[in-house]
Design a protein around this ligand. Sequence first.
Ligand code: NAP
Length: 220
Amino acid sequence: MDRPYVILSAAMTLDGKIASKTGDSRISSEADLQRVHLLRSEVDAIIVGIETVIKDDPLLTVRLTQGKNPLRVVIDSKARIPLSSNLVKSANSGPIVIAISSAASKTRSRNLTSLGCKIIRCGTSGKVDLSMMLSDLKDMGIKKILLEGGGILNAAMLNGGLVDEVIVAVAPVIIGGDRSTTLVEGKGVDKIKNGIRLELKETRNIGSDIVLSYGVVKKS
Ligand SMILES: NC(=O)c1ccc[n+]([C@@H]2O[C@H](COP(=O)([O-])OP(=O)(O)OC[C@H]3O[C@@H](n4cnc5c(N)ncnc54)[C@H](OP(=O)(O)O)[C@@H]3O)[C@@H](O)[C@H]2O)c1
């Protein structure tokens, strides 16, 4: 494969939401969070979209189990990541890569570099070129990646054929709301037959959640 192996990982409600309309995304049980931290320790990098960073201010480290911290990567065309975010503040204790496009200002990327972040410029269009980003990560020695959302980035990665596996924890709660973020955002397909096909590999009960693991069926 000419790119790293990508696992999409998320916790969702039974009705497919990964955050409430106010952005609350604490969906997993404690037991399931431990599983996610173990998974983080088994990959080389974690990727998240910039909206997730702005809304959740995550650290993306391994804390609930022992293990190495992966490289943390933010997909952020315009280099909007707050300089006061937990990720930027921790850049000197664990590597952070910000994948930007030509839409980001030079001053902004210089500021982030001076705070310890590594900038990779991926593409000349408005958004980050995700294939180019994965190829750059591969050149940096990254073999296995955890894609930790959110819904917009999940959609772009799936639609680009850039996801190999999907692991979703389904929590026993329904929250509704047409403004709650779903597992996969974007325009969606017209017909079910045009959806991205998955093959169920494993079902586990963890705490109150059900964890489903799927392989993505490649289009021939
Ligand atoms: N429950 C869970 O497991 C879980 C996990 C993660 C996140 N979440 C929740 O998800 C919500 C955030 O998700 P979101 O869907 O709003 O945003 P997101 O996927 O986190 O970030 C999307 C942003 O990424 C940037 N981007 C750059 N290049 C892109 C490309 N080629 N394709 C797509 N996006 C690109 C775009 O902003 P620019 O154009 O400015 O670059 C885009 O708006 C939060 O509420 C968070 O709590 C939940």
